[in-house]
Design a binder for this molecule. Structure first.
Ligand code: UT7
Length: 331
């Protein structure tokens, strides 16, 4: 039995910050940000935590499926910006949602968190351990951005989305295959130095601004171009898919140039690549569910479409998942 995605929704904060907003504050230009990344604007939440982003997305997901929160068996939250270190954001979301029969956990796969969570959720369905798994991916990146560091603060945004997984009626549909990878040698190039057990918060860690995203952009870029393209190509090969068979590449939205390299390797034309980095920036675990939800809402995916979801991020973590979409096209 395969796990099918039976509903999807997303939520982003209403307040938009365009590149000109950064031009007023740091040494940067709209032109640099657009040409190097593809980003024009992003959203920041302000007050509230990541569960305040995921709650409306989760509620809409259940509403679209026509079920109540008490029908959910498991909640998985992929995030690197949980409301607190503990309890899990899954537990906080469970309370806010009123999903009183659900257990769940957070999953820290950074930009690949949603793919890791989707694969884990699908395994719970396939094994028969759960019948309804709410897989959420989202981040409040503004909570860990140094707004004086031009190399990182312009890249990220806040947002998230959810999918509901249930046993599929037809084995040909749903989460068909996953290629997931990790290489811990990537740690020096993308991490948050302080705040965890290795370097707990002190006055010094705060003064030295060690609680923010640290990234060596070019090094990560090179690994990301190769990693995301390789894995997307691999999932096509091992499922005997040609470019014609793939309806959509739904890539992590970190940099338009990384996305272009992946599409090129897969032999896909640009009209088969979902892109919204221009509007939201990099929302870390949120990018892929937001893309999926927007495609669905816009009526651009329909039953039987082969979707390749692909990501690369901190860890390093990366992967690709093949989904045969089972919902009818919205009109
Ligand atoms: O999602 C998690 C995984 N992360 C990624 O996939 C991100 C991967 N990396 C990237 O997307 C790109 O490396 C960046 C967008 C972060 C940077 O682009 P780049 O083309 O690799 O630029 P760079 O870091 O090599 O910097 C080039 C120049 C530098 O100036 P000098 O040393 O050449 O004078 C930077 O200081 O651009 C400068 N720079 C900026 N200039 C204007 C860096 N940030 C900015 C900025 N505005 N915001």
């Amino acid at each position: 039995m395969k796990a099918a995605i039976t509903a999807v929704a997303h939520w982003v904060p209403p307040t938009v910050y365009d590149n000109h907003w950064f031009e007023q504050r740091i040494e940067t230009t709209d032109e640099w940000i657009r040409t190097r990344t593809g980003i024009r604007e992003r959203r920041f939440l302000g007050e509230g935590g990541v569960t305040d982003i995921l709650l409306p997305a989760a509620q809409k997901t259940l509403e679209r499926r026509g079920i109540g929160p008490e029908d959910v068996d498991v909640i998985i939250v992929a995030t690197v910006t949980g409301d607190r270190i503990f309890p899990s954001s899954a537990a906080i979301l469970q309370r806010k949602l009123g999903a009183k029969n659900a257990w769940g956990f957070d999953l820290g796969g950074a930009c690949s968190g949603f793919l890791y969570a989707l694969s884990t959720g699908a395994s719970l369905i396939e094994s028969g351990a759960a019948r309804r798994v709410l897989v959420c991916g989202g981040d409040k990146m503004s909570a860990i951005l140094n707004f004086d560091d031009r190399a990182t603060c312009v890249l990220f945004g806040d947002g998230g989305g959810c999918v509901l997984l249930e046993p599929g009626e037809d084995d040909g549909f749903g989460v068909l295959d996953s290629v997931l990878k990790m290489d811990g040698n990537g740690e020096p190039f993308l991490h948050q130095k302080a705040g965890g057990s290795l370097q707990p918060p002190t006055v010094e860690t705060v003064q030295n601004r060690l609680h923010y995203v640290y990234q060596e952009g070019q090094t990560v870029f090179k690994s990301a171009v190769k990693g995301m393209a390789d894995v997307s190509y691999e999932i096509m090969q091992r499922n005997s898919l040609t470019a014609d068979d793939v309806a959509w590449l739904i890539p992590h939205q970190a940099n338009l140039r990384i996305i272009d390299a992946t599409a090129e390797r897969m032999g896909l034309s640009k009209d088969k690549v979902m892109i919204n980095i221009d509007r939201y920036g990099n929302t870390t675990a949120g990018t892929i569910p937001i893309c999926l939800s927007e495609l669905y809402e816009q009526g651009r995916i329909g039953r039987g479409d082969n979707l390749v979801l692909a990501s690369f991020g901190a860890g390093y973590t990366w992967g690709a998942i093949l989904v045969k979409w089972s919902l009818e096209r919205t009109t």
